[in-house]
Ligand binder design. Structure first.
Ligand code: FAD
Length: 482
């Protein structure tokens, strides 16, 4: 018997750990609700997780098997379940965040004590941390060089999915769960807790449909159309030109090899701009792997600046301004639209993520850690490596090759990427009767004009030009410039 411990690989297809276990089979699949992980989760992610698990369980049931679901500390659960099943080996997909690595190191020791072999595998990304380095063997701090090596490496094909013969039957799983009835944790074949059992309320945001089937639909729709205009349109939030696969990739409801294979097929026989556009999309997949490298090599980036400055950065951290940013009431329309999209959909368009992150750190002079914590709570696709990488990039403490004086102008960004104000008015209805040109000049109007045009929408809480100067001084002081 083999035990496969599902974590962020909630699928049966293109699952390297599961396929590895199935080669020796039969496999008993397990998922563990870990309180330490749940304590860092937000309601949108728990919703997606539960829906994805329900689908995964269904996939096993269709094959005469089931999913063992436990609630407890994996350090105790995994070896005990392995013993109850008399499993020879446990497999799982490696997670690169510090918290997961500490936990997994303990689980490995516990399995050794229990005499169970274990085989953690790299599954979530093509090229694991440490495999793409500078010629001197260091992790790249600049993405462009990383990308060139990533692009030129071979990409394996998807792994086969197990069939009924490869899996433990449902009765065997139920017997193992019953044998653990007196354990200090709960385990059952199939039963999933509700969101309130896990201590969360239903999210107010509408989270996109979860699971492999929904992810495959998104992938196939994207690869038959938007992928060819991705390079031109990806920065425009109303053009629906991105894949929307981030939450699926975060929870592993679709495998990276399957995604890449679909993009490679979309590339076949097309030339010129269409070919370049597909490659542009593939280069976004490489960003995930770049940030996984960074996180694995520098686990302290979760709380510390990646880039070292001579002195501490003197963040201003004004509580009222931070609250206005979180609520989407800064008086900067594109910023407010983004922050409201986050609350409504547990998602935000990438260009707008960059704008709101720059605004928080360079206009409100607020520590990126506050923004990261807010995103972590609200994003369905929150991923430690990508979220942290994005925040540190935007706040000039990360891997951005540009210096600290890259400061987004929220008005020109709005004008360029949402010229008709369509995205803004979708999320900021107070501005729906205001023309796009006036929206993009909101900061230049008089209080009286603003009051007349949109009485319920706030005036800008800060002056961008003034704050830009302050941000530059703040970074110069941190650099130790005279
Ligand atoms: P697409 O444009 O279709 O991209 C395809 C996939 O490539 C994405 O699903 C994602 O897995 C990956 N990808 C794309 N851009 C990036 C990037 N810059 N960095 C890393 N991976 C990328 N992405 C997350 O997955 N989780 C996060 O928590 C997250 N937080 C972010 C925070 C900030 C401040 C910023 C600036 C960016 C953040 N991103 C994060 C990156 C990016 O915004 C999202 O991946 C993207 O918007 C998701 O939409 P999509 O799936 O349609 O993307």
């Amino acid at each position: 018997m083999q035990l496969h411990w599902h974590r962020r690989d909630l699928r049966v297809a293109d699952n390297r750990g599961l396929a590895t276990a199935a080669e020796a089979g039969p496999v008993a699949p397990l998922f563990v609700f870990d309180r330490d992980v749940l304590d860092h989760a937000g309601a949108p992610r728990v919703r997606y997780l539960l829906d994805a698990l329900a689908e995964l369980r269904g996939a096993y049931q269709e094959r005469g098997s089931d999913l063992l679901v436990a609630r407890g500390d994996p350090r105790a659960v995994v070896p005990a379940v392995a013993a109850a099943l008399d499993a020879e080996r446990a497999t799982w997909a490696i997670d690169y965040s510090g918290l997961a690595r500490e936990r997994d190191a303990d689980v490995r020791l516990a399995l050794d004590d229990a005499g169970v072999a274990r085989e953690p595998v790299h599954d979530a990304i093509f090229h694991p941390p440490g495999s793409i380095t500078t010629n001197a063997g260091d992790t790249y701090s600049v993405y462009t060089y990383f990308w060139k090596k990533w692009r030129d490496r071979d990409k394996p094909d998807p792994y086969p999915e197990p069939d009924a013969d490869d899996l433990a039957d449902a009765n065997t799983l139920e017997t193992a769960a019953e044998a653990l009835a007196d354990a200090e944790f709960d385990v059952a074949a199939g039963d999933l807790p509700t969101i309130s059992d896990l201590g969360f309320e239903e999210p107010s945001a509408s989270v996109q449909p979860a699971g492999t089937e929904a992810a495959r639909e998104r992938l196939s729709a994207f690869c038959s159309d938007a992928i060819y205009r991705y390079a031109d349109d990806r920065d425009y939030p109303t053009r629906d030109a991105t894949s929307r696969l981030s939450t699926d990739l975060k929870f592993g409801t679709i495998g990276i090899r399957e995604v890449y294979a679909a993009t490679a097929a979309a590339r076949e026989g097309v030339g010129g701009e269409r070919d370049e556009s597909v490659e542009e999309f593939q280069s976004q997949l490489a960003w995930r792997e770049f940030y996984a490298h960074v996180l694995r090599e520098h686990p302290n980036v979760v709380t510390e600046n990646y880039k070292e400055y001579e002195n501490d950065i003197a963040w201003r951290d004004d509580a009222d301004e931070l609250a206005a940013w979180k609520e989407g009431k800064t008086g900067y329309p594109i910023v407010d639209a983004g922050m409201r999209q986050l609350r409504e959909e547990a998602y935000m368009h990438n260009r707008v993520r960059m704008i709101v992150a720059s605004f928080l750190t360079k206009d409100l002079l607020c520590d990126w850690r506050h923004g990261y914590a807010h995103f972590r709570e609200h994003l369905a696709d929150h991923d430690t490596a990508n979220d942290n990488g994005g925040w540190q990039w935007a706040s000039s403490t990360g891997t951005d090759a540009q210096p600290y004086f890259r400061i987004f102008n929220p008005m020109t960004q709005g004008e360029r990427y949402d010229p008709d104000g369509e995205y803004i008015t979708r999320y900021v209805p107070e501005l729906s009767d205001v023309t796009a040109n006036t929206i993009h000049e909101w900061h230049e109007l008089t209080d009286l004009e603003r009051e007349r045009l949109a009485p319920d929408y706030p005036e800008p809480i800060v002056d961008h030009s003034e704050r830009r100067e302050r941000a530059i001084s703040m970074f110069e002081a941190a650099r130790g410039d005279d």
